[in-house]
Design a protein around this ligand. Sequence first.
Ligand SMILES: [Zn+2]
Length: 389
Amino acid sequence: MADNRRRLTLFDFFLLSASLVCLCLAPIPASAHRRKLRFGVDGEFKILQVADMHFANGATTRCLDVLPSQKAHCSDLNTTVFMSRVIAAEKPDLIVFTGDNIFGFDVKDAVKSLNAAFAPAIASKIPWVAILGNHDQQSTLTRQELMKHIVKLPNTLSQVNPPEAAHYIDGFGNYNLQIHGAADSSLQNKSVLNLYFLDSGDYSSVPYMEGYDWVKTSQQFWFDHTSKRLQREYNKKPNPQQGVAPGLAYFHIPLPEFWSFDSKNATKGVRQEGTSSASTNSGFFTTLVARGDVKSVFVGHDHVNDFCGKLKGMNLCYGGGFGYHAYGKAGWERRARVVVAHLNKKRKGKWENVKSIRTWKRLDDQHLSVIDDQVLWSDSAKGSVAPRL
Ligand SMILES: [Zn+2]
């Protein structure tokens, strides 16, 4: 396919240079750390998921699994350019990096590599967050040091851990974000969409349970506690709401329940490799379904899977590999997942609660093709009854 042979153009280099210049000049606005996220005047909130950049040292780091025609001119900079292009095309309200942001084994300096990996997001001035994968910590910084560095970067809303749970929670990079209703609507001071970010760890340190890590009991406790608190706030005065505000969960390593799907029974997208989940099931899927607010989970980790499947009312979605120094499949374009939540418009033409959540993917081809557009959830669906607190 001609699109796969795309090389960096002059415009791409302009985007790249602009990203890097902005990164050097941008001060760290303290207010950005507590910037309130809300739905736009168009009643939409859009999230761009970037999974598995595997960034290393920039121009000297070569691409993996690309077509022979792409190989000579392909480096980490292709990842940077793809990000600049997809941000410009989608203009998201939030960018979420779901781990393996850098590929530690090949990284000389984790700070430099992280800064370069996130540069297009920082240059865009769009709020962004990151969590860790299983490869981020394999160079000069530990997982805690990585998150401590990330939270200091411009325009990020990432947190090392929630203050109320920092003394007991496992991992680094567990936090939630509240997306408030549209300005000048009755829900402008209420969270109508809740985002959860969790550290799914790297490798098990438990004897007899080898393999990848998982979302621990302490993290599930924090999620459950936070979800209940957010529901109480949603249901209480002023403007008490019925039911529960929908939520979305982002982490790196897929749950074992992702094994439930193949290319045939997934709602959209493909499976081209196995699911590299933990060897044990920590029960997080059950915790999520029992709580009832999270409508979709988004992960990375398995780069050439990009499907969404629905199990017990919960969508399980892969982001699809984004980065060029990550393993992939030659001729199968690197990609990003977009999620858009839409508000209901009811009385007096004012925006209210969340009506529906959609997703699609953008491919890194000449036209940034949009594929696999689908509705993940709508408030008319069954099962949107508020669970007990
Ligand atoms: Zn990866």
